[in-house]
Ligand binder design. Structure first.
Ligand code: CO8
Length: 276
């Protein structure tokens, strides 16, 4: 990740045990220009390569236990795809742009650690879609969500047609996508798109870091296994999904951490996980 400092449109920093990825184009409300997508693709690709080894770290070594995705400033998380850039694209270029962003979202889902969207303002179009590729969404009170593509003669292109229905159900997703209506953080919370709402960006980032801390205290292999299982069963029938879950449960049962966790419970002590 040392090369991460070379990025121009995203910032990569540490906050407690979390890596904070900040989309940093405040003059365009952090819109996802092609350069942003390319840098997110590079970073998330590196993380997919680097993170699966959740072995016990050497003493004093910093280990990434989660990723927080946010935007610079108080106004926008990400105001969507870059409309200015898009207007000069051929259909082929537009599809390639969408497919690159699909890869970013799939990379985020593939990470063996929690990925939390900290939505600090407008999350429209591609911004809402980026947030939905995270495991769950926290928001500040001034956050606003929407899929306004139909107002531009477009359709959601970065995964919204798939993930909004999964997140909030078919009826609400169709209403939001067909109307292009923008919703507040409070409404997003009510429909289950957002887990929790916080006063401002700082409180939001603190809460996301605290949640990464909480998850970091659990068995890392189990967290990774649970996330991979939930990804794998998301599109399957219940019966099919239960088979995947059974295999994952069996695999979890063979880890050292599961023995440590059971032993700690039975001896009324707190578990100290090995990461194996
Ligand atoms: N792209 C490019 N520039 C943007 C974008 C954007 N999405 N959003 C805002 N900006 C720019 C504005 O042009 C403006 O720049 P300038 O100062 O140079 O004129 C600057 O950011 C500030 O914006 P505003 O002056 O508009 O700020 P307001 O407070 O008046 O309004 C809004 C804020 C409501 C967020 C408004 O900016 C807005 O509606 N933005 C567009 C939101 C939108 O429609 N997003 C969806 C885009 S489509 C999409 O994401 C589809 C993804 C799939 C693509 C598939 C591949 C082709």
């Amino acid at each position: 990740l040392d090369a991460a400092t070379d990025y121009e449109t995203i910032l990569v920093t540490r906050y407690g045990p979390a890596l904070v990825v900040t989309v940093n184009r405040p003059r365009a409300l952090n819109a996802l220009a092609q350069q942003v997508v390319a840098e997110l693709l590079d970073l998330t690709g590196r993380l997919v390569e680097a993170l699966p080894s959740v072995d016990a770290p050497a003493a004093g070594e910093w280990v990434c236990r989660g990723v927080i995705v946010t935007g610079t400033g108080e106004k926008a998380f990400v105001a969507g795809a870059d409309i200015r850039e898009m207007s000069g694209m051929t259909p082929e270029q537009a599809e390639a742009y969408a497919r690159d962003m699909h890869r970013v979202t799939l990379n985020l889902e593939a990470l063996p650690v929690p990925v939390i969207a900290a939505v600090n303002g407008f999350a429209l179009g591609g911004g809402c879609e980026l947030a939905m590729a995270c495991d769950f969404i926290y928001a500040s009170e001034n956050a606003a969500f929407g899929q306004p593509e139909v107002s531009l003669g477009l359709v959601p292109g970065f995964g919204g047609s798939v993930r909004l229905q999964q997140r909030v159900g078919v009826g609400i997703a169709r209403e939001l996508i067909m109307t292009g209506r923008r919703i507040t953080a409070a409404e997003a919370h009510r429909i289950g798109l957002v887990n929790q709402v916080f006063a401002d960006h700082a409180a939001l980032l603190d809460a996301a870091r605290d949640t990464v801390d909480t998850i970091a205290a659990q068995a890392p292999t189990a967290v990774a296994n649970a996330k991979a299982t939930m990804n794998a069963v998301a599109h399957r029938s219940v019966a099919d999904g239960l088979d995947v879950e059974a295999a994952a449960f069996r695999a979890a049962f063979t880890t050292e951490d599961s023995r440590i966790g059971r032993d700690a419970f039975l001896s009324k002590e707190s578990a100290s996980f090995s990461g194996r």
